[in-house]
Write a protein that binds this ligand. Structure first.
Ligand SMILES: [Fe+2]
Length: 376
């Protein structure tokens, strides 16, 4: 069906909005399916109040007392989850006292703060701030933080995450796969427990089984094949932008499964900056096919104030989000030419549910932050 139209509208999405209107992209399948642009007389986020469970949520994950911060043998603290993925938090200061294998999920560790080493079946990965560490389901591993706390956002996925296909951008954008780091071999064994044994914890259907060995079970001396753990640092991502058009967030895709898409927002020239008619801030939408989670890693965040590194927002399917009134106002007298933010977005197909870490850290007034009288 070719585009239909009624009333006042713009022929080009995200450009030359009719005077005094607020543009919403009402779309299916994220930003890829059938879509219409609605030109509203008011910002759809300027509600008076919300009654009921469906509301934008924000969490200050720095407030979460992650179980492994005190007890290095504790499980990770879950924050949000559904049948396809769980988002968890680790705030580790001491080495894992055992090797760990997750038989339920592929794991993506995002290193928000800290550095250290991760021993894996494929060798040893050295990690630092801004790294994604991607482990195939079943990979045995053990984390040895160095220095201060390793603050890790962990995504446990029931399906193997894949790098985005080359598509029209070619195979070297937004990062050349040669920037992916593989674990190194040889490496030395981890220390045994107090009685001289090496413990392996296997998690299956959420339950732990403990296997004890007279040697370190992470003892690979070599390997070959097309399945491995690997690391990617956000600094090696070179984002696609346009001076004349606000691109959808999906151009920043880093990993995906059929249950979620993970995107990374990295420092970039502000979109739309070369064309007065082009919008520079994200358009409003009700994200009807994805729950949107954004974890703020570093820098200053473009679409809103009052959100700092270590915080996370969750915009559930069906209720609007978009730039705050203050961010819109700020955009009118724009002097900035670049965004310096780094953020991790997880768009989940099925509705997410808040778990223990979310309950500990919710910023209750977040849903009111679009009201025009709230100052940033
Ligand atoms: Fe969004």
């Amino acid at each position: 069906m070719f585009p239909q139209s009624r009333g006042r509208f713009s022929r080009q999405a995200h450009c030359d909005l009719p005077e005094g209107t607020f543009e919403e992209e009402f779309a299916r399948q994220g930003f890829f399916g059938p879509a219409s642009h609605l030109y509203h007389a008011h910002a759809p986020t300027e509600w008076l109040r919300i009654e009921g469970p469906l509301r934008p949520r924000a969490y200050d994950l720095r407030r979460v007392e992650a179980a492994d911060a005190e007890d290095p043998a504790a499980a990770l603290t879950p924050v949000l989850g559904n049948q396809d993925l769980r988002i968890k938090l680790s705030r580790r200061t001491q080495a894992m006292p055992f090797a760990y294998r997750n038989a339920d999920a592929d794991l993506i560790y995002f290193v928000h703060r800290g550095a250290g080493e991760m021993a894996t079946d494929f060798g040893r990965l050295y990690y630092e701030q801004g790294d994604y560490l991607v482990l195939p389901r079943g990979t045995t591993h053990r984390i040895f933080p160095q220095g201060e706390e390793s603050f890790l956002l962990v995504i446990a996925s029931s399906e193997m995450p894949e790098l985005p296909p080359a598509d029209r951008m070619g195979q070297h954008s937004p990062f050349d796969r040669a920037v992916l780091r593989l674990p190194e071999i040889p490496f030395s064994a981890g220390p045994p427990n107090a009685v001289g044994e090496w413990e392996l914890v296997i998690e299956r259907e959420g339950q732990w089984t403990r296997v004890f060995y007279p040697f370190d079970p992470i003892d690979t001396v070599g390997w070959k094949g097309d399945l491995s753990a690997y690391a990617l640092n956000v600094r090696d991502i070179r984002p696609v932008t346009s001076g004349r058009y606000h691109l959808p967030p999906s151009v920043h895709t880093t990993l995906r499964t059929s249950g979620f898409v993970l995107c990374t927002f990295t420092p970039r020239r502000i979109e739309g900056i070369d064309d007065e008619g082009a919008v520079r801030l994200p358009f409003y939408h009700r994200n009807i096919d994805y729950d949107e989670v954004l974890f703020y890693h570093a820098g200053q965040f473009m679409s809103r104030a009052g959100i700092d590194a270590g915080m996370m927002t969750w915009h559930p399917q069906g209720i609007h989000h978009g730039p705050q009134p203050k961010a819109v106002e700020r955009d009118r007298n724009l002097t900035k030419t670049h965004h310096d933010e780094v953020a991790v977005m997880i768009d989940a197909v099925h509705p997410l549910h808040p778990l223990a870490g979310a309950e500990q850290s919710e910023i209750l007034e977040y849903a009111e932050s679009w009201m025009p009288q709230i100052d940033d």
